[in-house]
Ligand binder design. Sequence first.
Ligand code: FES
Ligand code: FE2
Length: 420
Amino acid sequence: MTQAITARAIPELLTWPEEGITRVPMHVFSDPELYAWEQDLIFRGPTWNFLCLEVEIPEPGEFITTHVGDSPIIVVRRKDGSISALVNRCVHKGSIICHQPKGKRTRTHNFVCPYHNWIYDFDGNLTSIAFEKGIQQKGGMTADFDKTEHRLTRLNVETINGLVFGTFSDETPPLREYLGPVMVEHIERTLHGKPKILGRYSQMMHNNWKLYIENSRDNYHPSLLHAFFSTFKLNRLSAEGGTRQDDKSWHHITFTKRYTDKGDAAYDSGMIRAQKEDFGLKDPSLIDQWMEFPDQITNSIQSIFPGFVLQQVMNSLGTRQIITHGPEKCELVWTLIGLEEDTEEQTYVRLKQSNLVGPAGLVSMEDGAIGGFVQKGIKGDLDKRAIIEMGGKSVGGMPTRATETSVRGFWKVYRELMDV
Ligand code: FES
Ligand SMILES: [Fe+2]
């Protein structure tokens, strides 16, 4: 165990309900000891975690800093073009070594800890210690101190279509095997060219990280919670769509195809919270789109366990990365992307549609609030259980979005890794 695991073992903290993955004990969303276990068994366990886009560090020496769960990470391009990911924690006394979000290091000026100036190379090797030999033959490190025995913790790194993932564990299968063919195919489809970054923002959410991940896999809330979607007929459950999963149901894709008018009675009856009147946008060009993909899919949300989402909302493509901040808070980092071969007009459409997503997005702002509603709602009732039974009791892809099959998939893998 690498984290500060507390004295109590998981079985004392969590007994999973007999019903299995259709019930979730509410206290998993606020218990600090379970949170500490998650850091070890999930984020530092046999999982691939999104780190950045390759295009953020194109040149040798370029780096970004990020997190995997609570662990601070430096991701740097080596001289030979490969990518190195290191825990951003000095082996001397534990200080953060690099506090800049991004930058470039030359060969002679690698990563210098600000506290006592211990220096590391791009592989995390400790290359220099200030005053190692003391001053005027006095002081300094002991003669038997061997720098080569101390180095930054290194993650294994793999990439797919310009996305960089890292894992702490040698037990994690290769990235493409971990994702499975269905997920790989969808990533290749969405990122069908070389990505370029159009913008970035992040938001703090007042909820446990798992509540956001559940939300990203919850197929049937978008047309209900996000009134913009259903009001302007961008996404209704009556449109053709469905859910795909990998063989083990660790990951998920929800998708919608171009809207048709079929099967709208439930919305038009007023039973579902959606505007009956024919509302129109003052500037309809906001939702102008071009049919980018031959599969006619206009919206798809792909969620890779544990904390990564690849988004296509019409022509708005982007990545979302969850960073944990204690049991009742998390951060969502959004990076909006276009493709190198996009025309100027296409880039403009993508930028315009970025008004739909992000912390203040016309569509997605509710997702930033709803987790906080749950976090507040469950206080005092942590012995209660959530009901995850829409669309059955099992996991697996379905030709509908009126299902919580992928939320169950999340709890299936959570139970496997946490052994509960
Ligand atoms: S804590 Fe980094 S050099 Fe001392
Ligand atoms: Fe949502």
